[in-house]
Structures are given as C-alpha cells and as structure tokens.
Design a protein around this ligand. Sequence first.
Ligand SMILES: Cc1cc2nc3c(=O)[nH]c(=O)nc-3n(C[C@H](O)[C@H](O)[C@H](O)COP(=O)(O)O)c2cc1C
Length: 290
Amino acid sequence: MEILALVGSPRRLGNSELMAKEISRRIPEPHRLKLVRLPEMDIRPCRACYTCLFDEHTCPQADDFPTILEALLQADGLILAVPVYMLAANASLKQFLDRGLSLYGHFEKLWGKPAVAVAIAGIPGMEGYTKLCLDSALRLMGAQPQASEVVYGALPGEVFLNQDNLKTAEKLANALFGPPPEWQGESWRCQACGGDTFRFLGLEQVRCMTCSSPGKVLIKEGQVDFAVDAHEDHFFLTLEGARRHLHWLQGMKGRFLEKKKELKSICLDYLHEGEWLETTRKENKGAPAS
Ligand SMILES: Cc1cc2nc3c(=O)[nH]c(=O)nc-3n(C[C@H](O)[C@H](O)[C@H](O)COP(=O)(O)O)c2cc1C
C-alpha cells in the first residue's frame, strides 16, 4: 500500500513533517510513505478558465500540480499535516486547493480515499479556523475524512515534547483504515457530514461550514442540538452529488455564452475606475488593464 502525506510546512523536520511521519510509523498496515512538501512545489494560481472541467481535464498551467495529482491517484490513503499560520491552515494548502477544479475530472478514481488530517498550532487555542480548513480540504479532494485533530507545539520538534501528541498520532494512524467515523447522535456535530463548525445566520438558523447543509440550533434538555437537514445534493457528501456539481459547472459555459454581451457591458462600466499599484512581477508587467 502507498500512503501520501501532504505536508504544508516550509520547515524541514518541522512539526508538520514529524507528525506526518509519526502517523505513518503507527499505521498498522504495511505501507510505503510518499511525501509532498507543498510550499516547495510549483503550484501556480488557477486562472479561472474552466478548461479542466471539459474533455481532457487538462490545465494550461505547466507546473507540479499534475505530479501531486498522480501521487493522489496512486495513494491508498492520505495524511494531511499543516501548520497554523494566522489562525488558518497556511497558504500552501489553499494554493493547492485553489486548483481543485482540476480534481473534479478524476473524482471517479479519487473518491472515498481514506484520509486523516492534523494541524499544528504554536499556541494552545490559537488555531482559529484551521480545523475547518483541514476538514473541507479533505472533502474537496473527494477523500473520506476519517479523523482530524489540532495539536500544539511552536518550535521545530516541540510537538513531541508533549507525549499526548504521540497518542494523537496513534489515534489518527488507527483511524485511517478503521471503520468510518460515527457522529450520529453527537448533537453538536453536523448530522450530514460530522463537521463541527457552524455559521449562525440569526438566532436559530445555522449552516454547516464543511458541507453547507442548513440547520436549526435547538436547546433540548439544556443541551445544544444542531438539527441539520442532510443536504443530499451537496457535492461533498456523495460521488453522485460530485458528478452533478461537475455537470452544473460545465453548464456555466453555456450560461456564459448566452449572457456574454450583457455581462461584458456590466464589466466594462468599471474599466477605468481607480488606479492600480504597479507589480514587480515580470510576467504581469505591462499587462493590459482588463
Ligand atoms: C507566519 C506564522 C504565523 C503563525 N500563526 C499562528 C497562529 O495564528 N496560531 C498559532 O497557534 N500558531 C501560529 N504560528 C506558529 C506555528 O503554527 C507553529 O510554529 C507550528 O509548530 C509550525 O509548524 P511546523 O513546525 O510544521 O512549521 C505561526 C507561525 C508562523 C511562521
């Protein structure tokens, strides 16, 4: 078996790398560990051209993304280990995920790969929305999130000054190929996806920020209950939903062509507003204002 670890830290032998390797060591099933250090990979920004949604599912950016995609396709299981920067998963994860439309054409093979994720924060309680970043990253990759955790440690290696973090690595390792997680009955979780981050849309209405399912927050016998309507159509939750979402996105091309003139006239009205700062990036220098 092959396990792929996506490591989000630029620090060699930093806490994210150690956590990924420790999880791998403790996975009971024999396997080979492959690692990707995301910040070192050449992952260029999505150009929003939607080319990857059609036919060959190719992307005009020539970079390391296809190498990572190939490794994802080959892997039997995934480990995501990312440091917390500014209350969120660091940008290397988002940089990778922003190319996520390129994954849609491969969902038939990617779907349901077991995955675990860990974030490392330097200060207890200062992880901000990182767990949400991890949980949604795994869903966006079509993976089956088996477990995710946040651990603490600031200096490289510090994560294992605390023996509890070895136990967390063990827990994640055992979860990877273990039974699917059960959250039914845990009323503080989203009953559609197990997510634990909600946005309040008023006094009663909530939305799960991982799978977008709507729900109501109720207090039952003094306990909070997020009564979520499982949003069956949501593409995070089933492969069928993912396929439907891909078809909907592909339909955007037709909708764009239909409304092209109208949209262009809306956009052009803003063409000469304001003054742009100059960039030092060579490839953008002298680019026409558009
Ligand atoms: C730019 C930057 C921002 C950070 N922001 C946070 C933060 O918001 N919350 C936190 O708890 N730790 C923060 N940290 C600390 C790192 O999460 C911590 O050092 C972690 O161990 C880094 O993992 P690594 O060793 O894998 O790089 C930040 C570190 C850096 C370099």
